[in-house]
Design a protein. Structure first.
Length: 860
């Protein structure tokens, strides 16, 4: 493992050295060019970007400019903060080896450059006559995808000219249009493409080695995000979970115990990590028999797509053990796929390519990939596997260009509001100013998170030019499991839910909801919150769900309902409670969630008479919850701050898997009054970060603080606040810290745990909790560190202290998906989270619940 990564490292190093000697015969092309500057600069990943100017066809018509402002979510200032602006057609003449395939990446950062506005950039880009982009607006595209910058990747078929003429041309349809580019990468690649099976034909093959392709999606299925620096062709591989469809996500597994044998395909097809991790179905053959492991992708209609599926069988080594069918857009692409049948032995990576035409008809702008066990071949295991997935758009005629995406109404409204407020709202010098800035940033994040690409059917019919253009990583995910329910924007007539969110979630009819809850029978109520009541329900015959019904008089209105759907439908993690769907009909609004069989963590700790959890169980639950929070903080595109971490918001499913609930909800985000700071401090007393309370500055470290309280609560089995106790003991955080510092913590731990915790484990656990409770956020560990420490504590417990120091095993083939960081530099957050109820919790009126009030700071 070590030596492999080392090898890649050396390889990248060698290639980047050779980039200076590009013209030398036999040397691979590897151009990494920074546009609009004369300086060679290094990005945050250590890649060196050379100035591009010397490749310009003419020095006229263009100018190098610096962006006026830097978006906080930009991962690196290089190459994004400088751009070349073209006011008329101009080209880069890039040396490219003839007869070789090249990867071309174009980097765009829409911003104000000099005096030109980002709204006026409309242009086309062609490469040796092939249209890559047309009437392209980087600004609209970035907004629609809520990304600061846009990277487009193309794989260009070999040419014979020894040169790539990359031409930028401002649109002549738009007054004052200009073109711009921030960075260009041109990397020679082996021709990894060959014959692909044409779906819908009778076994016809298509040669794709001369195809021009645009990368739409590139996923490390069942595995982690792989950054460009870890791929020999600097490709980026994303996690597949956001694209999974249906209630059952299968299992993400890894096993790197066997060395991979690249006997079938080139080693540069994908990094080894793609092949040592995969997604399989569940462990239960009966369940597997009845569902398809399905992914859904948005694509531009009217194009042909090349779908490359990567496989590597590591667990089995004989044929007919794992045999499955592959469906693409509901058509059988491959009947009885058997990876060992293809490779004859285990740990041999292979890929299968398919070609599929996506028609230009309503509803056909999605691409479905589904796997199902092939029952007919009577395999030993009813299971399916997929290791990696790449989807490329193939050029239609001489063009790869799709339309600009269409922005949702919400985004458009926000745009107007932002424009109107520019220049107003002068900054105060005192703390209010700080809070204001923080609130503004948070609001921007919320709005960004809400801005959604919408399919506008009307426009589509009229113009045919307004469909969604997908780009990686478009974070859409689906939670629908339905066969009966509609999964289409069309059904939400007059709905408040954006069409994409609607298309991602299952849409329930009111009749279905009524049936599920026995017509909202009071006996089904399992909780009450600000939003209304929460009911237990059953859908699809036997699937248990929790249904949150809006209370018509609730203070949470339409916006909150919408926000919850739009945020939750895009967040998905094994340790987050997931939204299955929603209902909006006749003024009724309801949200449907996974049912958590074992209820809240708190009810298993004290005051419920339920059986005690063992220490190991408690540790595993804490680790699960930490994973969920870590994902919220770093795994989504924006940092999401939970704001109300407590033991009643950690729910347990039938397998005692911890799931964080009540997250990512924004109360005031989209409608924030720009002239008034209305930061609503929300959270629960006993868990509230003192720094946040003092300074109104919300960071993810506030969640870390609350989680520290949870850890002590788990250890001591007492409420965060217990007013019955002496003054110094009322607050668990204060009391536990006091005891920990005096060395008397053992006296206050749960009597059921006495003597059952390995001392080193207790020490590690208590130290971790203590650090979480540090007064200053900066001194607290990140959620990732907390997770690491808890895993270490678990290891100490299990190995009874004979552990060798070091990291916990990370490749232990568990089904745990390690959350990853996509945008390291984002410091945004949601504003006000959560309705104040606990899913699955019985209404309770003890003092803790009374303390759990909203503190409204509006009138400050
Ligand atoms: C990338 O490679 C480095 C070593 O070169 C390794 O330490 C790191 O874990 C890898 N990251 C991922 C996400 O694979
Ligand atoms: C990993 O795969 C190997 C080879 O199939 C197998 O022997 C081993 O048990 C697997 N490891 C785990 C943890 O499943
Ligand atoms: C595939 O089937 C699903 C339902 O199983 C349907 O919602 C979807 O629209 C179909 N996709 C295509 C492209 O026909
Ligand atoms: C799986 O998908 C295929 C193609 O859409 C469909 O024909 C089949 O009925 C699905 N199977 C299940 C169990 O949903
Ligand atoms: C160019 O794109 C914009 C924004 O999507 C659109 O309004 C306009 O109609 C397009 N123009 C042409 C000529 O396609
Ligand atoms: C789809 O492609 C056909 C043929 O290439 C073309 O005639 C048609 O206008 C295209 N439709 C759209 C909406 O672009
Ligand atoms: C959609 O809403 C309009 C007005 O809001 C109504 O007249 C129409 O009947 C609705 N259509 C459906 C299919 O519900
Ligand atoms: C509510 O459910 C209970 C128990 O299932 C049942 O006895 C009662 O009749 C139901 N009430 C209504 C109004 O349906
Ligand atoms: C405090 O004492 C009252 C009366 O004994 C009891 O009902 C209540 O549950 C106690 N509260 C806590 C948090 O223990
Ligand atoms: C060390 O840990 C192993 C389990 O990993 C256990 O079997 C063994 O007894 C332990 N040895 C000691 C000395 O505690």
């Amino acid at each position: 493992m070590k030596s492999k990564t080392h090898f890649i490292f050396v390889l990248i190093f060698c290639i980047s050295i050779s980039s200076n000697t590009i013209h030398a015969a036999g040397v691979e092309t590897k151009l990494v060019l920074n546009c609009g500057t004369e300086e060679a600069e290094t990005d945050t990943e250590g890649r060196k970007w050379e100035p591009a100017t010397k490749y310009l066809a003419t020095q006229a018509n263009s100018i190098g400019e610096r962006a006026l402002s830097q978006d906080p979510s930009l991962e690196s200032t290089v190459p994004y903060m400088t751009a070349r602006i073209f006011t008329a057609e101009n080209s880069y003449k890039l040396p490219a080896k003839s007869n070789a395939r090249h990867l071309l990446r174009l980097h765009f950062y829409p911003s104000t450059y000099g005096t030109v506005s980002q709204d006026d950039a409309y242009f086309s880009v062609t490469a040796n006559g092939l249209t890559l982009l047309k009437n392209f607006s980087a600004s609209i595209t970035a907004k629609a995808l809520t990304q600061a910058m846009i990277v487009r990747e193309f794989s260009l078929a070999p040419t014979h000219s020894g040169e790539l003429l990359l031409t930028f041309k401002p649109s002549d349809q738009h007054n004052g249009a200009y073109a711009f580019i921030n960075g260009i990468e041109l990397i020679e690649m082996p021709n990894l493409f060959g014959s692909a099976l044409v779906i819908g034909s009778s076994g016809e093959l298509m040669e794709t080695n001369t195809a021009n392709l645009q990368t739409m999606y590139r996923l490390n299925v069942g595995g982690n995000y792989i950054p460009a620096t870890n791929d020999s062709l600097s490709r980026t591989w994303y996690d597949d979970s956001p694209y999974l469809f249906g209630a059952s996500l299968g299992r993400a597994l890894t096993n790197s115990s066997l060395p991979l044998k690249f006997s079938e395909i080139s080693k540069s097809s994908a990094p080894e990590d793609v092949y040592t991790s995969w997604r399989a179905m569940t462990e239960d053959p009966k369940i597997n028999e009845n569902f398809n492991l399905t992914w859904v992708f948005q694509v531009d209609a009217n194009f042909t797509y090349l779908i490359r599926m990567h496989f590597c069988e590591i667990v089995y080594s004989r044929i007919n053990q794992r045999v499955f069918d592959i469906y693409l857009n509901n058509q059988t692409a491959y009947d009885a796929a058997d990876v060992i049948g293809w490779t004859t032995s285990a740990a041999v990576p292979i890929h299968k390519d398919f070609v599929l035409y996506v028609k230009d008809e309503p509803g056909d702008d999605h691409l479905w990939v589904a796997l199902h066990p092939d029952i007919n071949s009577k395999p030993e295991f009813y299971d399916a596997i997929l290791n990696g997935l790449e989807i490329f758009k193939m050029s239609e005629g001489e063009s790869l260009a799709g339309p600009n995406p269409v922005l949702s109404d919400l985004l458009v409204k926000n745009e107007v509001r932002n424009k109107a407020s520019q220049g107003k709202a002068p900054q105060q010098k005192d703390g209010v100013g700080v809070a204001h800035v923080a609130a503004g940033g948070a609001a921007a994040a919320v709005v960004a998170a809400l801005c959604i690409v919408v399919y506008t059917r009307k426009n589509k019919i009229a113009g045919g030019e307004s469909r969604t253009s997908s780009w990686l990583p478009i974070y859409s995910s689906s939670h629908s499991s339905g066969t009966k329910s509609t999964i289409s924007g069309k059904s939400t007539n007059g709905s408040h839910v954006s069409t994409l969110a609607a298309s991602l979630c299952r849409h329930f009819s009111l009749a279905e909801i009524k049936r599920a809850t026995g017509n909202f029978n009071e006996s089904q109520v399992i909780g009450v919150g600000g939003f209304g009541k929460v009911y237990r329900g059953v859908i699809d015959g036997d699937m248990k769900v929790a249904i949150k019904r809006s209370n018509p008089s609730s203070e949470q209105g339409v916006n909150e309902f919408q926000t919850e759907i739009e945020m939750l439908s895009k967040l998905r993690h094994r340790h987050l409670v997931s939204l299955i769907g929603f209902c909006e009909e006749d003024g009724e609004m309801a949200l449907v969630y996974d049912y958590m069989h074992h209820g809240t963590l708190r009810e298993h700790l004290y005051k419920s008479g339920k059986p005690q959890l063992s220490w190991k169980q408690r540790l595993e639950i804490c680790i699960g919850a930490a994973r969920g929070l870590h994902y919220l903080h770093t795994g989504a595109r924006y940092t999401i701050i939970h704001r109300d971490v407590k033991t009643t918001n950690i729910l347990l499913n039938e397998n005692w898997i911890a799931k964080v609930s009540d997250f990512g909800l924004s109360k005031t985000g989209p409608s924030i009054n720009r002239n008034h700071v209305s930061t609503v401090v929300k959270g629960s007393f006993g868990y509230l970060d003192p720094e946040y309370f003092r300074r109104q500055q919300l960071t993810e470290k506030s969640d870390v603080y609350s989680f520290g309280v949870v850890l002590f609560e788990v250890l001591c089995a007492r409420p965060a606040l217990n007013p019955n106790l002496t003054k110094e003991q009322v607050s668990l955080a204060d009391w536990a810290l006091h005891c920990q510092r005096k060395g008397t913590l053992e006296d206050i731990i749960d009597p059921h745990l006495k003597g059952k915790i390995v001392p080193q484990c207790l020490k590690k656990f208590a130290e971790t909790a203590e650090k979480c409770l540090s007064d200053h956020g900066a001194d607290r560990p990140s959620m990732g560190d907390v997770l690491w420490n808890l895993e270490f504590a678990l290891q100490l417990q299990e190995n009874s202290g004979n552990v060798t120091a070091g990291a916990p095993e990370s490749d232990n083939s568990g089904s745990e998906e390690e959350p990853h960081r996509i945008n390291p530099a984002v410091h945004m957050s949601t504003l006000s989270l959560g309705s104040d109820f606990d899913l699955n919790e019985k209404p309770e009126d003890d003092s803790v619940a009374i303390f759990s009030q909203i503190v409204d700071q509006k009138g400050r």
